[in-house]
Structures are given as structure tokens and as C-alpha cells.
Design a protein around this ligand. Sequence first.
Ligand code: ZN
Length: 315
Amino acid sequence: MKQTEQILFLEPVMKEVLWGGTRLRDDYHYAIPSEHTGECWAVSAHDHGDCLVACGAYQGQTLSRLWKEHRELFGDMEGERFPLLVKIIDAKQDLSIQVHPDDEYAKQKENGSFGKMECWYILDCDQDASIVIGHHAKNKEEVAQMIHEGRFEAFIRTIPIKKGDFFQINPGTVHAIKGGTLILETQQNSDITYRVYDYGRLTNGKPRELHIEKSIDVIQAPFEESAAVTKREIKQGQAMDREMLVTCKYYTVEKQDVHGNITMPQDKRFLIYSVIDGKGMIDGVTIKKGTHFILPTGYGDFTLEGTMSLICSYC
Ligand code: ZN
């Protein structure tokens, strides 16, 4: 088998949501179902969106099937589910304020599901864009009080953002993506979200369900910035600049800017790659902004060439 036949190029799954827009088509050239497309599940083996392998030796199979039947591709890693999920999110409007449980809480309260740690790389945003990360309550009692009294403006911590910023969102962290923001999200493979506040918005005349008590249960107080994010430091190389973004229990995420030709070993259980800008090749196969692929265990050395930026993750 040709080595490149082993690359798992994935077909993303698009999600229609109220707050979505058209940038997944306009900027990334994906086929989108409507003018309200908010999420591209680019590397996913979740029931709510399972990516198909686009070509090669495993063409037409889902990532979750490969995880079940070909665990050797992932270094015989243990676990019921492929551990990570990578999305591109186009928030045309504000998302609701939310929080995720950790593994322990999710296991108890959500039928053995995983909790959710996630991180955001800001691909692009409006000039005055901001996001919500954390809150201003001093302790758990104040969290409950402020939420019950509906003092959300005072409660949430809003910070300005710019293209290229990076944030780690620990379980228990209040967070929200705001309108005018395009994000690459790397997360634990979980879809459990508790909605704390939805700006009083109505959907078809009705407010969306909130999960107040579960939210109060899991919100960490006081808010502390994640310690997992490494100091931003770009290691410059002749053909590639490299920046480690985060290392935590669940994943490592780095950014690679290729400008030339570089050969590296695939020495992890698997490497997930998303091309976020530019174009080039992997071992002679063309890749461009919007291409997502996995290099499986034992792939061996690989060569990236071209002028492109990639986000790489593994665990
Ligand atoms: Zn989230």
C-alpha cells in the first residue's frame, strides 16, 4: 500500500444552528446546508456527527468504526470512543453562556458520558470582538445568588480578542463565543453542555432550555485562568515555525507555520492536522485551508511542504 493511502482525510459534518452564518462556505469553501451554518465537525467520531474517510485505504468508513475495528491505527489506545473532536465554529451571533461538567460529574449525572475540556484558537474575528471566559463571583454562594437574581451583566467576565489568540476552557468555566468570531476548537469527545443564560432570547417564540442547577453545581468559583496554556513562544525553524499552545491531561495542541519543505517523524499514537491557512502538500498530496486529516500510528516520517498554517493535536 502506498504510504499516503493510510492518511485519513476526513469529510466534515456541517451543523445548522440559529447563531451560525455563511463563513464556512465563504472562507472555507465547504458545502453548507443553509445561511445559518455554525459548526463544521472536522474530526469527529461522535454519534451527533461522525466523519467519513474521504479516500485511501479506508474510504467511506466512519471514524468511529475505525476506532472500533482498527484500533491499531490509534496505537491500540484504550477507551470506548475516539478521544478528541475538532470543530470550526462560525459565530455570526452570540452563543448562549454555558459551562461543561468534568468527567466525574458527567459520569454520574450524564449516563457515563465524558466531561468536556476544550480550547479555542481564534481563526478570525471582527475588530471589536470579545468572548466570555469566567465570571466575577467570589464564591459558589455568590455564583448561585447572581444567577438566581439574573445579574448576568455583572456576573460574566468578557474580554477582548484578536486573531491568533488562544484559550483553554477547563470544565466548570463559564464561557461563550460572541458574534463575529471564527474559531478552531479542539475538545474532548463530548457534547454535554449546560446553558446558564441565553440573553433572554426567544426561539420560535420560546426561550431555549436553561440548566441552572446543573450549571451552579459545576461552575468553579472563584474563576481562575487555566494553567495549562503555555507561554506564547514561537520556535522559529528554517522551513517551519512551531508554537506549543497547550498541554493538558486530554490533549496537546500546537500551531505549525510551514514555509518550505520539512520532514518529521509520526511518533505519536495519532496526529490530527487541520490546515487553517494557505496550501501545500503532505507527501506529495495537495492540502489546503479547510483540509483535515489524521496520520495513524506507524505512518513513519512525513513531509510537509508549501506555505501554510496548521493546527496539530494529539494525545
Ligand atoms: Zn463549550
